[in-house]
Write a protein of this length. Structure first.
Length: 397
């Protein structure tokens, strides 16, 4: 089932991703989204006055202004006051969902040009004290809740996200060694991509404060390409005795934002924009929360079915690396080709600022598809709580 109208990506930019407590810790998710959005508008040659809608993903809402994020981004970058703004939260799929919502608005002729993306500052996640607003008893033992840590556990199935990945490791017979080897590959592929300039087109360097004063951050901070298999093997499993998930083979807790400008075919022609890719199809679906990481499998199948395409038609694939065993389970179940999947590394190396990742993946695939000269690319992510989402794009070059 094709989209009702032609919807095109005309720019895709992102901040470098900062590590937890790193160079971006003092930039709110709103600040990061503003920076990525300015860069996307500039790259697209779309004047802010032409934007009809702003849709931004944000999950944790870690700053006091976070509830206003999408609206403040629009106002800060000069989008006219009457233009509406929306924040979406499909957890780890929020960046993809923002793009999907933008495409839906264009298909319904509610918008012609949409600024969309996702942003997260996980470093700013606050501590909280529950149930004291209306008073406490004498001697009450007040507990501080780490909202970041708490958010990484699904209370419905009483499982941290990492244990859902351990469930997949057990189900698909994935070993700790398999996970460490894959994690090392992610780091090495990121290094090769970085050294070859494969991230240049998408990155929007940002000025940050450091101990040395102001500096320009122009590459991702989280990757550790100097890691060795021996070092990874020494890291203890975090959630399960003799388990597979360690700090070295899980996605990084990070800060960052990504933004895209998408436009209808009519807007592309009217404003003489350069289309980089066409949005072909998308699909979101639910899955068993106790193995939430398998979500990309039904999501990918659904998107391919809607597009009338097969996995063999895809020239590039990127599945968000929440955890190494989670990715490897998806790879095994789908029969993904490692030679065209996550070619420049993924979230194990780059990090996973929750709402930013889907927008980052879509933007990266957009630029890489043009560099490779391929026709189709597919991006997907698992989603805490038991969901998956996938988006297929087509090169217009």
């Amino acid at each position: 089932m094709a989209l009702l109208r032609g919807v095109f990506i005309v720019s895709a930019k992102r901040t470098p991703f900062g590590t937890y407590g790193g160079l971006l810790k003092d930039h709110s998710a709103t600040d990061l989204a503003e920076h990525a959005s300015r860069a996307a508008l500039t790259a697209s040659k779309v004047a802010p006055e032409l934007v009809n809608s702003i849709i931004m993903g944000n999950v944790l809402q870690t700053s006091s202004d976070a509830i206003y994020l999408a609206r403040h981004v629009g106002l800060r970058v000069g989008v006219p006051v009457p233009v509406p703004a929306l924040i979406v939260n499909r957890l780890c799929g929020s960046g993809f969902q923002a793009i999907v919502c933008g495409a839906q608005e264009i298909c319904l002729k509610e918008s012609e040009i949409v600024l969309c993306g996702g942003s997260e500052n996980m470093s700013q996640a606050p501590y909280a004290v529950r149930n004291i607003r209306f008073g406490t008893r004498l001697g009450e033992d007040i507990k501080l809740e780490d909202t970041l840590w708490a958010g990484l556990t699904d209370p419905h199935v009483k499982l941290p996200m990492a244990l859902t990945a351990e469930n997949l490791a057990q189900k698909y017979k994935i070993s700790r060694e398999d996970c460490d080897r894959y994690a090392l590959q992610s780091q090495q592929r990121w290094k090769a991509g970085q050294d070859s300039g494969h991230f240049t087109a998408e990155l929007a360097p940002i000025e940050v404060k450091s101990k040395k004063g102001k500096q320009t951050m122009s590459q991702d901070e989280h990757p550790r390409p100097q890691s060795t298999l021996e070092q990874m093997a020494k890291l203890p499993p975090v959630f399960k005795k003799d388990g597979t998930v360690t700090a070295g083979n899980a996605s990084g807790v990070c800060d960052g934002a990504a933004a895209l400008v998408i436009a209808s075919e009519e807007a592309v022609k009217q404003h003489k924009l350069t289309p980089l890719a066409r949005i072909v199809a998308y699909h979101a679906c639910g899955c068993d929360p106790s193995i939430m990481g398998i979500g990309p499998v039904p999501a990918i199948k659904g998107a391919l079915n809607k597009a009338g395409l097969t996995l063999n038609d895809m020239d590039l694939v990127e599945v968000n690396e929440a955890f190494a065993p989670q990715y490897l389970a998806v790879e095994k179940e789908m029969g993904l080709d490692p030679a065209k999947t996550n070619l420049n590394g993924g979230a194990i190396a780059l990090g996973h600022p929750l709402a930013a990742s889907g927008a980052r993946i879509t933007g990266h695939l957009t630029h890489e598809l043009r560099r490779h000269g391929g026709k189709y690319a597919l991006g997907s992510a698992c989603i805490g709580g038991g969901q998956g989402i996938a988006v297929i794009i087509e090169n217009t070059k």
